[in-house]
Design a protein around this ligand. Structure first.
Ligand code: SAM
Ligand code: SF4
Length: 336
């Protein structure tokens, strides 16, 4: 590897947006098969094409040197990758020294075992995806998951000191009646809840149009049951937030389809095979694995700069009859 020049250039795109947030998909594999995310039979990347944990760490550290102060590990299911806690530990050593936050999105199936290591490594908050509390509906949505294991993992994580936010994808005719009970459960257990509109990413076995549930109507129904007070918190993403009465619970609505959020976008995404995507909804990417392997960090810097110059102004997601996926790759490849 050649010696890299000092990382003096900060990450500003052609639209004047400063990139401070890197999402990393540490594996495209998963132990669940959520219907809106994956087909039942998925082909995963051969291991030879996947970045090693060392390569992920080296690239992530370059982003930290260039001004990224928040990193989220995602997937696929990040906790199914062997030795992922080694990566967490290494990146965690930068928390408070360049990195403000290291966090993770997980399906929670292995959380009970991993929570103490995540806390030890400097993680303070995580997102756990759970689309219903009902065991049968959960099994149906995930095609075989056990919600009791996920709930157990969530409570173990909370008790280990992690602030937990539940991610719930709103699915018409599947879990729309489970949203109010989920919010009540989050209030009772001191957790946050983010509701997500299903996004047209990757081919699945069904038509997403059938399941698309706009969050505007969901919010109106929730407001008849809960006192929802607008909260100014912003994450540089598509979420808008409300505080639930006097509780600690914050409700977030992630509505990429019904509310555009791209003006304030502060993030880029690194896939399992080392491609850097500038936008979840576009195919523009640069290959950081090839850059690192062929030219070291100087080449990684150059590739990042090329990517940034091309970061699109906005996604162009559409959901409707006859609309296919906006991009062919699944959320599990890009890291949700
Ligand atoms: N396996 C982990 C999990 O489920 O939390 C992390 C990866 S998953 C791809 C990240 C998030 O993306 C989850 O909250 C999941 O519900 C969400 N997701 C996956 N496919 C989606 C889609 N097509 N539209 C909206 N959200 C999606
Ligand atoms: Fe796996 Fe997460 Fe996709 Fe569900 S949403 S299939 S848990 S990667």
């Amino acid at each position: 590897m050649t010696t890299a020049p000092p990382a003096t250039r900060s990450l500003v795109d052609a639209h004047g947006r400063t990139i401070r947030y890197l999402r990393i998909s540490v594996t495209d594999r998963c132990d669940l098969r959520c219907r809106y995310c994956m087909a039942e039979t998925m082909t995963f990347l051969p291991r030879s094409q996947v970045l090693s944990l060392e390569e992920i760490a080296v690239i992530a550290e370059r982003f930290i040197e260039r001004g990224v102060d928040k990193i989220r590990l995602s997937g696929g299911e990040p906790l199914v990758r062997r030795d992922v806690t080694e990566l967490v530990r290494r990146l965690g050593s930068h928390v408070g020294r360049g990195l403000q936050e290291l966090t993770m999105t997980t399906n929670g199936t292995r959380l009970r075992d991993h929570a103490p290591a995540l806390v030890d490594a400097g993680m303070r908050r995580i997102n756990v995806s759970m689309d219903t509390l009902d065991p049968d509906t959960f099994r149906f949505i995930t095609r075989h998951g056990d919600v009791a294991t996920v709930i157990d993992g969530i409570l173990a994580a909370r008790d280990a000191g992690l602030a937990v936010k539940i991610n719930m994808v709103a699915l018409k005719g599947l879990n729309e009646d489970h949203i109010a009970p989920m919010l009540a459960w989050c209030v009772d257990n001191g957790l946050d809840l983010s509701l997500i509109e299903t996004m047209p990413l990757g081919a699945i076995d069904e038509d997403r149009t059938d399941r698309f549930l706009p969050l505007t109507g969901v919010f109106d129904r929730l407001s008849t049951r809960f006192e929802l007070v607008r909260d100014g918190h912003r994450s540089g993403g598509p979420a808008r937030y409300w505080r639930v009465g006097s509780s600690v619970t914050r409700l977030g609505l992630i509505s990429p389809l019904t509310a555009n959020f791209c003006d304030g976008c502060n993030r880029v995404r690194l896939t399992t095979e080392g491609k850097l995507y500038m936008c979840l909804g576009h195919d523009d990417q640069v290959d950081l694995k090839a850059a690192l392997r062929e030219g070291g960090l100087a080449a990684v810097d150059a590739a990042i700069d090329i990517g940034l110059a091309e970061k699109p102004a906005a996604h162009d997601f559409r959901i409707g009859a006859g609309e296919g996926p906006a991009v062919a790759r699944h959320m599990s490849v890009t890291g949700g």
